[in-house]
Design a protein around this ligand. Structure first.
Ligand code: GDD
Ligand code: MG
Length: 370
């Protein structure tokens, strides 16, 4: 089975994590995010994937290679300028088979695509959209269906007045089964949105929805959702290969880690990481490889990526510390603050309220407090 995954977006809302690395390959728990998608698809028989790239394509290729490690043939297509979600698909046309999956490249999910494919075949659809329920559909594509699955309406980013009288919000999960015929509806060489131009035109012309009400589904594109996805993986709320690694107390500790303080799962501690005496790490913590945590530091519901150094007496909660960042003694990082790759924070600072420190920035001792 073939799949094309759209990975052209800039991921602006996840900066500074995405300042130097495109969203598909930023680390989530213990692997590049896209690997979760590829492992999930592989489990449903996908063995041929086309990645439709725009932003920083070589970084994606460097991280994922030819896919052989995952048992998938991976190919990359880079459009000359952003073509939009349908334009990007059209640009990959020469590589596509008669029937294929199309995916948004930012969803962490365990939707049963095999069942979606079966429904697609049974209905004879031209396109079948995977659907998941949400409470607030305003940031998504809202899909209206009738019994049997036929789509009767598609509203991308609906306004509040458009929601009147709808009792269940099923949104497009960014997981589509498509027949090649869909490509004939997309004009070549220009920017075309599949959500705003193609789906509405297909309503009543073979567009179906497959409701996956029990599946896990999350668009990881904001700091809060990146953390939610991290914790859902270690908590086992979504089925991923990470679960196989978690031992007693839902904790995975890689080789060469030195834990002098207390470490509580659910969580993952990477190879060569050191946690100092009197520190308390977890629950719900990911420490990358080669991370240093000083004495008496407390870390909870946080992600500290490869090679970062956290001083003594610090407090980290609900935050993300990028690779190679350095945090001085007694510094507090909380409330969705993000420290960019290689940034340096001095002693006695407080980073809070969603503050984002960009890669390489240096903050002197006591420079920021709330
Ligand atoms: N190659 C390429 N070229 N990829 C693109 C382009 C482009 O011009 N524009 C967007 N993408 C990729 C993004 O990288 C992302 O993986 C995917 O297409 C969807 O774009 P987003 O920018 O993340 O869209 P969204 O989250 O606001 O809305 C989409 O996803 C929702 C589910 O998360 C829509 O498809 C909604 O209908 C859907 O509900
Ligand atoms: Mg998105």
């Amino acid at each position: 089975m073939q799949a094309v995954i759209l990975v052209g977006g800039e991921g602006t809302r996840l900066r500074p994590l995405t300042s130097l690395h495109p969203k598909p390959v930023i680390q989530l728990v213990d692997r590049p995010f896209m690997v979760f998608m590829l492992e999930w698809l592989r489990g449903h028989g996908v063995d041929d994937v086309v990645l439709s790239c725009g932003f920083l394509p070589t970084k994606i290729e460097e991280a994922l290679g030819d896919g052989s490690a995952l048992g998938i043939r991976l190919r990359y297509v880079t459009e000359p300028e952003p073509r939009g979600t349908a334009g990007a698909l059209k640009y990959a046309e020469d590589l596509l088979e008669d029937r294929f999956l199309m995916l948004n490249g930012d969803v962490l999910t365990d939707v049963d695509v095999s069942a979606q494919l079966r429904q697609h075949e049974a209905t004879g659809a031209v396109g079948t959209l995977g659907l998941v329920p949400v409470e607030d559909p305003s940031a998504y594509g809202l899909v209206l269906t009738r019994d049997g699955g036929e789509v009767t309406g598609f509203l991308e980013k609906p306004g509040h007045d458009e929601l009147v009288g709808i009792d269940e919000y099923l949104i497009s999960a960014g997981i589509y089964v498509l027949e090649r015929a869909v490509l004939d509806r997309i004009e070549p060489d220009r920017n075309v949105s599949i959500e705003r131009e193609v789906w509405p035109a297909l309503v009543g012309n073979g567009l179906y929805g497959f409701a996956a009400r029990d599946a896990y589904w999350l668009d990881i594109g904001t700091p809060q959702r990146y953390l939610d996805g991290t914790f859902d993986i270690v908590d086992g709320n979504v089925r991923t290969a990470v679960l196989d690694r978690l031992g007693e107390g839902s904790l995975a500790v890689d080789g060469g880690a030195t834990l002098e303080g207390r470490v509580l799962g659910p969580g993952v501690v990477g190879a060569g990481t050191r946690v100092g005496t009197g520190s308390s790490v977890g629950p719900q913590v990911v420490l990358g490889r080669g991370v240093e945590v000083g004495r008496g530091t407390r870390i909870e519901r946080a992600v500290v990526l490869d090679g970062a150094v956290v001083g003594a007496g610090c407090e980290l909660r609900d935050c993300i510390v990028g690779p190679g960042a350095r945090i001085g003694d007694r510094t507090v990082v909380r409330e969705l603050a993000m420290v960019g790759e290689g940034a340096v924070v001095g002693d006695d600072c407080v980073l809070a309220a969603g503050m984002k420190l960009f890669p390489g920035v240096e903050l002197p001792d006591g420079a920021v407090k709330f």
